[in-house]
Design a protein around this ligand. Structure first.
Ligand code: FAQ
Length: 314
């Protein structure tokens, strides 16, 4: 490393230490850039792949109101994906490259979207638990050190809190409905609880990316800290609507001021994130097909933009 680079690095670290945002044209270490591209692109893929389990219920929503709300939510997820792809593009990777990484399984996306949505209550569980977990994580990421990611998170969190309420409303309605409806809500909670806990990633002691992420303030809090916050919040919400968290070891710990909880099935987690979950193949195949079928739209939009540019030059 020459002197100049040492100085640049010092300058970069000083900015991080005083919480000044790093912007696209600022110098940054190559490892910081790569770390961000990995995290932000995987976050973007999660938002977009996350539309699939919900899309499964648009034409079976139980009322016009429920259908409109669900459509609006899914559309928001597409928007979140776009903000995040744009933020990643500022780091020097193209959208095509990111999608190629998704389609060739080089890039991951959230474990949670590899589970099926079998009943309408699952749409409630996704909103309540999945968006609930996403918010806890993303509120923390609002303070991330990379400017475009941080600004994206601020906007995304505003929309995400509406999503969480949409899901909780469905769960509350079903939990107070007929015995069959309450059973459906409990069954959805049973199936989505543990995969939602896994959304925060492995325990800190097994999380290879956390060290650099915290040092560079990409992540502001660790996987375990955020998971615990989610649990503490969600247990109370389950109590209010009379549903039971499916964890016999869940117990308030007066000393810690937190809930203790049972062991997460990490074997299942690693199987799912490495391509062997119940719906991995279906999700990627569907995305590839939609991408191919939308090719003419992208080409037409680019041709139109080019034409506009030529016209303004004349
Ligand atoms: N799923 O060293 P760590 C949403 C991977 S948005 C899959 O701890 P890191 C909205 C990890 O990538 C949900 N893979 O990694 C919505 C790494 O592998 P790699 C998405 C996971 O990055 C709602 C390896 O394990 N949110 O839901 C997962 O420090 C409803 C080792 O892990 C974000 O992406 C996982 N859960 O911490 C949309 C938030 N966890 O990449 C539609 C931003 C870990 O080295 C409907 N991301 N892995 O090959 C983050 O905060 C972090 O990336 C973590 C993981 C916390 C996810």
């Amino acid at each position: 490393m020459n002197m100049n680079e040492e100085e640049l690095l010092r300058n970069f670290e000083e900015k991080i230490d005083v919480d000044q945002k790093i912007e696209p044209r600022d110098w940054m270490p190559e490892a910081y850039r790569k770390h961000l591209i990995r995290q932000i692109s995987q976050h973007a893929h999660s938002e977009v792949i996350g539309m699939q389990p919900e899309g499964n219920w648009i034409n079976r929503a139980p009322s016009l109101r429920a259908k409109m709300v669900l459509l609006a939510k899914i559309q928001d997820e597409a928007g979140h994906g776009l903000y995040l792809y744009s933020a990643a593009e500022t780091l020097g990777i193209s959208r095509e490259e990111m999608l190629d990484q998704l389609h060739t399984l080089k890039a991951k996306y959230s474990n949670i979207f590899n589970y099926p949505t079998l009943t309408w209550a699952d749409i409630g569980a996704v909103g309540w638990l999945v968006d609930g977990a996403a918010i806890v994580n993303q509120v923390s990421l609002q303070r991330t050190s990379y400017g475009p990611y941080s600004r994206g998170m601020i906007r995304i969190c505003k929309e995400e809190s509406f999503h969480q309420r949409q899901g909780y409303e469905i769960m509350a309605q079903m939990a107070q409905g007929t015995p069959e409806q309450k059973e459906m809500a409990q069954d959805a909670l049973n199936r989505f609880w543990w995969p939602s806990m896994m959304m925060f990633g492995p325990h800190d002691s097994n999380s290879p990316n956390t060290g650099n992420a915290l040092r560079w303030r990409i992540k502001r809090e660790s996987n375990d800290t955020l998971r615990q916050r989610f649990i503490d919040k969600t247990v109370q919400q389950a109590n209010v609507i009379g549903l039971t968290i499916p964890d016999p070891d869940l117990k308030w710990n007066e000393e810690r001021g937190h809930y203790d909880f049972g062991e997460i099935n990490w074997e299942e987690f690693y199987a799912v994130i490495n391509g062997n979950g119940p719906c991995n193949k279906e999700r990627i195949d569907h995305h590839k097909k939609a991408h191919e079928e939308g090719r003419w739209v992208r080409e037409a939009a680019l041709a139109y933009a080019e034409k506009q540019k030529q016209e303004t030059l004349v």
